[in-house]
Design a protein around this ligand. Structure first.
Ligand code: DQQ
Length: 571
């Protein structure tokens, strides 16, 4: 078996001793039968969201930029449209919009991953070498942490990966008392000023979510810390943790090892129990190696979320070419398993989003990467106008099933806002109670996406403004209750409170509509809600786009632009 020069360099630099025996990752997994072809009529396949031609996908894994190429690896079932037989599928891109597929990068080939190659992350070492750490499922079905690195560093596509013969590098033992079936998804490692690398692995002890901390001097020998980086009672298993610095007062991103007075930290956890990605903003005490969420930040399901719709197991990476931090997230399904099998696929990835710390330092802001705008066709722009209470109109001239829509509202009659009942604390419940058809005073106003001609189907994304105790409160909702006549779909309504002051700020909404997804950004990215919808009538050229106001009060449309979106080259 050939010895990769990359491994030699790596071992030499880190270990300083002789050659180790290597094992290529593309050896043992011989059972890669491909499933049958999906049906030809595919009204729900997306045109500019990432999805492979068929089968199941879930978590984005180890995203990175290497030699000018973006790499997306992701959990993929080689054999069908439900979860199972998971490998790391692999695609590359020069622009995060158009993608070239490659052979799976990592699949079961070692004892330490023979029952599965689950999620993990890439760390770019200081001299530019990417290293993947991922969870393997061993013959006893224990979750252990493994390493792989590129076979050929001069290949920008990083097509072949070689696993460390020392795998697993981290494993549950009687001594460390780690839960063997709740120990997964290592993060990108960060380098402390003491020269030690650190990373966290998701876990739980009873119902306490844990971010187990490991340290290493050489990237091979990882020592578990006595205490976790962070933990929270009652949150259950923490999957796919992500821990990274964000600059104060800047939209630029920084490398994961950046420290200093200009940064705050974000800890994101994916809650296995509720399938929500929540995060807190806080400080990282490097001396004690603990993360402390800021006062007012909430650990758990009622905390801040990247996205209040379908969005899970997300992961960020630092894009060193454009100095930004980019977020990838898996948009899981709202269709039934039977429908997934019929259509031959399940799951897509959200449009990658740039992410930064809001000026308030209390939350993050996300915005679709600028590159997606190159898919915009002709712009349909409407003049400023009043949208009277009880009125709606169609935005024509755009391909409503494949569009990018930006609209801003101005409110002058704020005094007429409905009073917020202090018991209305749960925004999702409030959006369900007050859906798009329930008229109010200021709102609901917003967009009806993927609407059928006779309005039997539509997905409503809208705002309501309430008068709170000492300020106005903006509610943003995505109401899927009438999105499809097919009742096998999950049509849960989503919602969140939006931290925008309608007295001083405009109220903006952007919707990326792509056949079976409406990905919405409120308040210039302060709240994101992604909805998977499967209309039966409002498909392809039978889909329509409307702006509506079901409140009694008038609102102004201060700007409205809509673009038909071209198809990205994904496969
Ligand atoms: N998906 C992976 C796990 C991870 C989960 C398995 C999150 O590693 O915890 O496909 O969706």
């Amino acid at each position: 078996m050939a010895i990769s020069p990359a491994w030699l360099v790596f071992c030499f630099l880190f270990l300083g001793h002789g050659v180790v025996e290597l094992e290529a990752s593309h050896q043992v997994y011989r059972d890669l039968k491909l499933s049958s072809s999906p049906p030809e009529h595919q009204p729900y396949r997306t045109s500019f969201h990432f999805q492979p031609p068929k089968n199941w996908i879930n978590d984005p894994n180890g995203p990175m930029i290497y030699r000018g190429l973006y790499h997306l690896l992701y959990q993929y079932n080689t054999k069908g449209a439900t979860w199972g037989n998971i490998v790391w599928a692999h695609s590359t891109s020069t622009d995060l919009v158009n993608w070239t597929p490659h052979e799976p990068a990592i699949y079961p080939s070692q004892t330490s991953d023979i029952n599965g190659c689950w999620s993990g992350s890439t760390t770019i070492l200081p001299w530019g070498t990417p290293v993947i750490l991922y969870t393997g499922i061993d013959p006893q079905n224990r979750q252990v942490q493994n390493m792989a690195m590129p076979k050929n560093l001069s290949d920008p596509y990083l097509r072949e990966w070689v696993k460390s013969p020392k795998n697993p590098l981290m494993a549950p033992t009687a001594a460390n008392q780690i839960n063997v079936s709740s120990f997964r998804d290592p993060t990108t490692a960060w380098l402390g000023p003491d020269g030690s690398w650190r990373l966290i692995v998701g876990s739980k002890r009873y119902s306490r979510g844990l971010a187990i901390l490991y340290r290493s001097k050489d990237f091979f020998h990882w020592v578990k810390s006595q205490h976790p980086l962070h933990s929270a009672e009652g949150t259950g298993m923490w999957e796919c943790p992500d821990f990274f610095p964000v600059l104060i007062n800047s939209k630029l991103g920084v490398d994961t090892s950046t420290m200093g007075p200009d940064v705050k930290y974000v800890l994101k956890l994916s809650l296995d129990d509720t399938k929500h990605d929540y995060y807190t903003v806080g400080t990282y005490n490097i001396d004690k190696d603990i993360y402390i969420p800021d006062k007012g930040q909430v650990d758990g399901d009622s905390g801040l979320r990247y996205d209040y719709g379908k969005f899970y197991a997300s992961k960020t990476f630092f894009d060193s070419a454009k100095n930004r931090r980019i977020l990838w997230g898996w948009i899981n399904e709202s269709s039934s398993v039977n429908d997934d099998i019929k259509k031959g696929w399940a799951g897509i990835q959200a449009i990658p989003r740039a992410l930064w710390l809001d000026i308030s330092q209390k939350q993050l802001v996300q915005w679709p990467i600028r590159e997606i705008e190159k898919l915009r066709g002709n712009e349909v722009r409407l003049p400023k106008q009043v949208l009277k209470g009880g009125f709606s109109f169609e935005v024509s001239g755009v391909t409503a099933s494949q569009a990018d829509v930006e609209v801003s509202f101005g409110i002058s009659e704020l005094a007429k806002a409905e009073v917020l009942d202090p018991s209305w604390k749960n925004p999702q419940a409030l959006c369900s109670k007050k859906g798009a058809l329930v008229d109010g005073s200021l709102g609901p106003f917003g967009v009806l996406a993927l609407a059928s001609k006779g309005m039997q189907e539509y997905t409503a994304v809208f705002f309501r403004i309430f008068k709170g105790h000492d300020k106005y409160v903006v509610l943003m909702c995505s109401d899927q209750s009438r999105s499809s006549l097919n009742n096998n779909n999950d049509k849960t309504t989503y919602g969140a409170f939006l931290n925008v002051d309608p007295v001083r700020e405009k109220l903006s909404l952007r919707c990326l509509i792509d056949h079976s997804i409406v990905e919405s950004f409120g308040g210039e990215g302060k709240v994101c809600i992604s909805a998977r919808v499967y209309p039966t009538l409002a498909i392809d050229d039978k889909a329509h786009l409307h702006v509506f106001n079901n409140g009694t009060q008038n609102v102004q449309i201060t700007a409205l632009s809509a673009w038909s979106m071209k198809k990205a080259r994904i496969y």
